[in-house]
Design a protein around this ligand. Structure first.
Ligand SMILES: [Zn+2]
Length: 312
């Protein structure tokens, strides 16, 4: 039985029992569009497309079966694709609510794409989950986290279409940077919702105050991760370990870096097989990090990762 100290149960479903289809419908009915993918993502892409970039549509994310919109999915690639050059993939907005993952990708595109386009082939998917962006959501309308669905025959169209785009565009990938945030709403909303959906108890972790990276257990490349942390340290603070010496419940591989088995977990960072792969985690709720700093941290990571790739 819950004690008086227990947090209130998530307001959908029956505690201890996974959600039914009706529970998922109840959840979906509570989600509201709060911002515009067309205005915030598509319009800037069209307005500030760099000279060396080609904008293209890689699919339609169609939720009309649920009474929700259909979204054209946009990506940007190098206009001149040279088979002999290294290939760099940048992904943002797998979690649509993680704003700087989308805005940081757009900022990097507008300011830095052309500078790198002469040395590497670039593919940028700046907003993989536009419904999540508009509703400030971690999940898609089917109550699935797209960032656990990067696997064959994925049930999440966000992941399936992004994987198909990468496969169609890139014969191989040498570097993949996936842009994310860790937010207070992970503990106040999304974590409790996930536990309720799965019929489990919610097990919160302290939200790290500051920037950190998630490398791949199978391809950790610690020197690469360290170079990125050192670059970001110049624009915002790096997350410290908690009092148990952990970062989001994990033992760090080095300061500001934890590793996950990305492919096993179905994470976006596992989809390319690139030797160099990292996932950024920016903390936008920090009292000492502005939205501009969060976007800058994302953009700096991409630039530092390409610089490292070219030195490797
Ligand atoms: Zn995320």
């Amino acid at each position: 039985m819950p004690t008086s100290q227990s947090p209130a149960p998530y307001p959908i479903g029956t505690p201890g029992t996974p959600w039914t289809a009706a529970d998922k419908s109840t959840w979906l009915a509570r989600q509201r569009i709060q911002r515009s993918y067309t205005e915030d993502v598509v319009a800037p892409l069209e307005r500030t497309l760099p000279a060396q970039a080609e904008l293209f549509q890689y699919g339609v994310l169609d939720y009309t079966r649920l009474g929700r919109p259909a979204y054209p999915l946009h990506a940007v690639r190098s206009r001149d694709w040279h088979p002999d050059r290294p290939v760099v993939v940048v992904t943002g907005g797998v979690h649509g609510y993680e704003t700087s993952g989308v805005q940081g990708a757009l900022q990097w595109l507008a300011n830095e794409f052309d500078r790198h386009a002469g040395t590497v082939n670039l593919l940028v998917l700046p907003c993989i989950s536009p419904w999540g962006y508009e509703t400030i959501n971690r999940w898609n309308p089917d109550a699935l986290d797209p960032n656990r669905q990067f696997k064959p025959t994925s049930p999440a169209a966000e992941a399936a279409l992004a994987m198909a785009c990468v496969t169609a565009t890139c014969a191989r990938v040498d570097l993949h940077v996936d842009l994310h945030e860790t937010t207070d709403t992970d503990n106040s909303e999304f974590g409790p919702a996930k536990a309720a959906r799965d019929g489990k108890a919610f097990d919160p972790h302290a939200i790290p105050d500051g920037f950190y990276l998630v490398g791949d257990t199978e391809r950790p490349e610690p020197d690469f991760q360290r170079a990125l942390i050192d670059a970001v340290r110049r624009v915002t603070h790096i997350a410290e370990n908690d009092e148990r010496g952990r970062l989001l419940g994990e033992t760090p591989q080095q300061p500001g870096v934890i590793n996950y088995p990305k492919r096993t977990l179905g994470l976006c960072g596992g989809m390319t097989g690139a030797r160099f792969v990292t996932t950024t985690e920016v903390y936008p709720d920090s009292p000492t990090a502005s939205p501009a700093q969060c976007n800058e941290a994302q953009a700096v990571t991409v630039g530092a990762a390409i610089d490292y790739l070219l030195r490797a």
